[in-house]
Structure formats: C-alpha cells, structure tokens
Ligand binder design. Structure first.
Ligand SMILES: [Fe+2]
Length: 197
C-alpha cells in the first residue's frame, strides 16, 4: 500500500512545516527521477513518484541519521502504507544490511532492532533499487551526476564506502539496460529544476 500523489504531497508539505529544510526538495528531485525512470522502464511511474516523495519522510521527526530510517518506517506503517515504509528502510542500504549504513548510528536499541527485523523480512524489488539509484543522484534543487552527489557526501563525511559507490553505478547500468536509454537523459538532468514554492 502507498498513498496517492496528492496525499503524498500533502504529507511531505506538512512534514516540511514541522521540520523545515532542504530535505523536502531533495525528496521532490528523487520523486521526479523515479517517476521518469519508471516510465521509461514500463514500471508504475505514479508509484515510483510517490515512493520517491516519501523515502526520507522520517526527517519529519527531526535531524537524525540512522534514526530517520526507523522514524520513516514507523510513521508510514502507522498510516498503513507498508510499501512506502519499506522504501524508508531500504533506500539507505544497497546490500539490505544494517551494517552497511553510512552515517551515525543514532538509534535506540529498540529502533535498531526494529530496523534489523524489518530488513530481514523485507522482500525488495525494482522500486527499492530505483529509489536507491535516484537518492544517489538527487540534489536539493536539481539532478546531479552520481560522482557529483556521492563526491559531495564523501566531502561531508570524509569518506564514502567503495562498495556503495560501485553498487550505485551498477544500479545505473541496470536501469539503463532495462530502459535502453541513458539515465541522465531520461531524468532531463540538464533542464530539470525544482520549482520554488
Ligand atoms: Fe534521500
């Protein structure tokens, strides 16, 4: 289950009012990319768009690292949106293991346990892979190339796991093969800009 585009947009806007920041527009860039790539691959573009909009919805509850994963998962589950909840979880782990999280482990023991159990039971598909890819190329106003976006994270954190770097390029290849097109062309990288609201 996942909400309509209209409802997802409402939830995002409300969440931004609670915790303002550039994260909301980053979600809109992810949604744009996911919708476009899904359409080019014959997937459900509306579903991809909604899952993109909500992947970081845990930020509604404040500035946290791994905590935003469990916050987003629990929030979406509380609304009955299990597919959006799964994406809140899986977008941060290319290999679907909590140990692969790149950032601060700032969760309580209960939250970490929740993430581990939910990940262990998660059955992932191309929507999980799609949001992972889009998250790796979405800035807060526009689409970036993978090197640019991951390089920015590398600068901020001081390093970037090579395995994760390689996995994201593999995802790009995967969706290029599936669509038969260049990913940056599909997402209109050069021309797409977030509309100021
Ligand atoms: Fe994100």
């Amino acid at each position: 289950m996942f909400p309509s585009v209209k409802e997802a947009e409402r939830i995002l806007k409300e969440s931004e009012d609670i915790n303002p920041g550039i994260w909301g527009n980053h979600c809109r860039v992810v949604a744009h990319c996911a919708g476009k790539i899904a359409e080019a691959c014959g997937m459900d573009s509306e579903k991809a768009y909604v899952l993109g909009l909500l992947h970081d919805i845990g930020r509604r509850f404040g500035i946290r690292h791994l905590g935003h994963v469990s916050d987003g998962y629990s929030y979406m589950m509380s609304l009955g949106y299990d597919e959006a909840a799964r994406i809140c979880l899986t977008h941060s782990f290319n290999g679907i293991k909590v140990e692969e999280y790149f950032g601060n482990f700032d969760t309580t023991d209960e939250e970490l346990e929740l993430i581990k159990n939910a990940l262990a039971g998660a059955v992932t598909d191309d929507y999980d892979r799609l949001i992972q890819l889009c998250d790796s190329m979405a800035g807060s106003e526009r689409v970036l190339c993978l090197e640019e976006r991951m390089g920015d994270v590398k600068r901020r954190y001081g390093s970037y796991p090579q395995k994760k770097w390689d996995a994201n390029f593999k995802l790009k290849e995967y969706f290029e093969e599936k669509s038969g097109r260049n990913i940056y062309e599909i997402v209109e990288k050069e021309s797409f800009r977030i509309k100021k609201i």
